[in-house]
Design a binder for this molecule. Structure first.
Ligand SMILES: N[C@@H](CCC(=O)N[C@@H](CS)C(=O)NCC(=O)O)C(=O)O
Length: 210
């Protein structure tokens, strides 16, 4: 399999974790987001959205959207599973995953931050306003996520005592939060679970700093 990737892309980071958890061999092709390579004609023939990640399967199918890729991997390689067996558990894990992937992450994406740039502001003001925007959306989203984690349905991980798609979405978002110095002290459960995941090889190997 080939993963079109960028180390600091949190959507691609999710897929790297899923591939590692399932011990699937893969190659990466780095798309230089800061050089706008995602918008090149060559890449857009593979992914017209101009975003990473993109997975090319061994059967040469291309799949974009990290959650679809993770669910594809889960169906193609069922062990260990990324979703619980019971349907309400699966719904809970998908809902936690989407809280991050659909309602936090898109607001802080590179193209959104670039669109919000105000060329009239000096660099310091620019950075300050970007930081405020970034922190606001993470803290707003994490506040609801933290409340969900207080449920008895959570355990060592977001859902019960085994890794699920929700942890795979949470860890890259926490990485981003730390990179932008977002205060995580109001979210002890999020921090506990992210730190626990960091000890697991599949997560550690997928970390952008690795
Ligand atoms: N919903 C998509 C989001 C993909 C996405 O936003 N990728 C970012 C990196 S995390 C990207 O390629 N950004 C390039 C840009 O903003 O130009 C997914 O989950 O795969």
């Amino acid at each position: 399999m080939i993963l079109y990737d960028y180390p600091r892309s949190s959507a691609a980071y999710r897929v790297r974790i899923a591939l590692n958890v399932k011990a699937i061999a893969y190659e990466t092709r780095t798309i230089a987001l800061l050089d706008n390579e995602q918008q090149s004609a060559t890449y857009k023939t593979l992914n017209p959205q101009g975003l990473v990640p993109l997975l090319v399967t061994d059967e040469h199918h291309t799949i974009n959207q990290s959650l679809s890729i993770c669910e594809y991997l889960d169906e193609a390689f069922p062990n260990p599973p990324l979703l619980p067996e019971d349907i309400s558990g699966r719904a809970r894990v998908r809902s936690l995953s989407q809280m991050i992937a659909c309602d936090i992450h898109p607001l802080n994406n590179l193209r959104v931050l670039n669109f919000l740039k105000d060329e009239k502001r000096d660099n310091d003001k620019q950075r300050q306003s970007q930081q405020q925007w970034y922190s606001y959306w993470i803290q707003e989203g994490f506040s609801a996520f933290e409340t969900h984690l207080q449920s008895s349905l959570s355990g060592d991980f977001c859902h019960g005592d085994s890794i699920s798609l929700a942890d795979i979405c949470l860890v890259p978002q926490v990485y981003n939060a730390r990179r932008f110095s977002v205060d995580l002290s109001p979210f002890p459960e999020i921090v506990r679970i992210a730190n626990q995941c960091a000890e697991i090889e599949a997560f550690a190997q997928a970390n952008p700093d690795a």
